[in-house]
Design a protein around this ligand. Structure first.
Ligand code: NAD
Ligand code: ZN
Length: 364
């Protein structure tokens, strides 16, 4: 038996208003200026484009030749986008002191990937997979403004490349520092907050019912699930406490899957996202809504939360697809072997056939 020896994030600061400490936190990581014999390597802030012109943008502690880039997260991060950002920074500065990603899972994943590509040659597509990254990246900080994905704690950065949608999974990928400030999620639109929050709920259900479950994952998964229920089942209005709870649910849900795995909803939703560009949170909701067979209690509760929170889950998104389209999604989905094995056990291949998966996709 080989036990996973997993790398965790370096430092965590949690609390309402903790964003104000960012300047002080990153200071020791600034490389010496040219006047002190250094390279004038700036800090680079990759900020979700939603915040352009918003108050948060003016609170970013820019100094010297620091650079603020508003990143376009209309589409989930692509390897081509990561490469162009990293190449632009290499050309402009040679080296940088660090990357700070501020936003949802997309902006945080971009920050992780750009940090790695500052010190690794070629394209980020070369490193999509497990433990392919050769060198540590530059100092990196993650600051979530949406809660649920667990991207702030995970050892991956999910990228869509020329041939696959797969993360750069490695011990070099986790952030050196995260800043968990629940105030930053306060203005997120209710629908988006629900979809991303449900990503966390689904992480919990998939982890807690999976065959990879152990007491480590269970401890975090149960806590995260309880926090999700507090917010989406028991509360009637969204308030400051909801932001605080969901932020910690995301963290704990991420810790739970770090030592187990996700399951059917994620495996199927990756196919949707690869073919149709469906975003992670909403894609997981579209799929989970139809997974009674695999997660009967979770799906029942999910439907109740959808109704209670007055959310719409898109239907019939696969209505006009061709055989070729379905086959592409099935290929992407079945390539995610650990997810299926976690969900259905070692003999998963006998349970989930291409035909069965096709029927499932046709229902979405
Ligand atoms: P997102 O980052 O894609 O953002 C969704 C939308 O919300 C965007 O339009 C964004 O501009 C907006 N937004 C973000 N913060 C906001 C705020 N405070 N107020 C208003 N709008 C705001 O959404 P997400 O669900 O957080 O992340 C999904 C991404 O995370 C996907 O790319 C997925 O692949 C990735 N992901 C990564 C991991 C991991 O472990 N690395 C895990 C799960 C998902
Ligand atoms: Zn997820």
């Amino acid at each position: 038996m080989q036990f996973r020896n997993f790398k965790m994030i370096g430092y965590v600061v949690y609390g309402r208003g903790s964003f104000n400490q960012l300047d002080e936190i990153i200071k020791p990581h600034r490389k010496p200026a040219r006047s002190e014999g250094g390279a004038n390597a700036p800090m680079v802030f990759l900020v979700d484009h939603y915040f352009e012109g918003k108050p948060l943008a003016s609170r970013i502690p820019l100094q010297g030749n620091d650079k603020l880039i508003f990143v376009d997260v209309t589409y989930e991060p692509k390897t081509t986008y990561v490469d162009s950002l990293a190449n632009q920074l290499k050309e402009e500065f040679g080296t940088i002191s660090g990357v700070i990603g501020i936003g949802g899972g997309s902006a945080m994943d971009l920050a992780k990937a750009v940090s790695l590509m500052m010190n690794n040659s070629g394209s980020s597509a070369d490193y999509q997979g497990w433990d392919l990254v050769k060198n540590a990246g530059v100092y990196k900080v993650g600051i979530p403004t949406l809660s649920g994905t667990g991207a702030e704690v995970s050892r991956t950065t999910v990228l869509t490349g020329p041939t696959k949608k797969l993360g750069m999974n490695s011990d070099f990928t986790p952030f050196d520092q995260i800043v968990l400030d629940p105030e930053l999620t306060a203005d997120a639109p209710a629908n988006q907050r629900f979809y991303t929050g449900m990503d966390c709920y689904i992480h919990c259900i998939e982890s807690l019912t999976g065959t990879y479950l152990n007491e480590f994952s269970k401890s975090y998964g149960e806590k995260a699930l309880q926090l999700c229920r507090d917010i989406y089942v028991h509360k009637n209005t969204w308030d400051a406490e909801s932001d605080e709870k969901l932020m910690m649910a995301s963290y704990a849900g991420g810790m739970s899957i770090a030592y187990s795995q996700v399951g059917v909803a994620h495996a199927v939703s990756y196919g949707l996202s690869y073919l149709l560009g469906t975003k992670h949170g909403i894609g997981n909701c579209i799929v989970f809504d139809k997974l009674e067979e695999y997660y009967p209690e979770g799906v029942k509760e999910f439907k109740w939360m959808v109704q209670k929170n007055n959310i719409e889950i898109p239907q019939n998104i696969c209505a006009n697809l061709t055989d070729d389209d379905f086959n592409k999604m099935i290929d992407v989905s079945l390539s995610l072997k650990p997810l299926w094995e976690n969900a259905l056990g070692k003999d998963w291949g006998k349970i989930i056939t291409r035909e069965k998966l096709r029927k499932l996709y046709e229902q979405l």
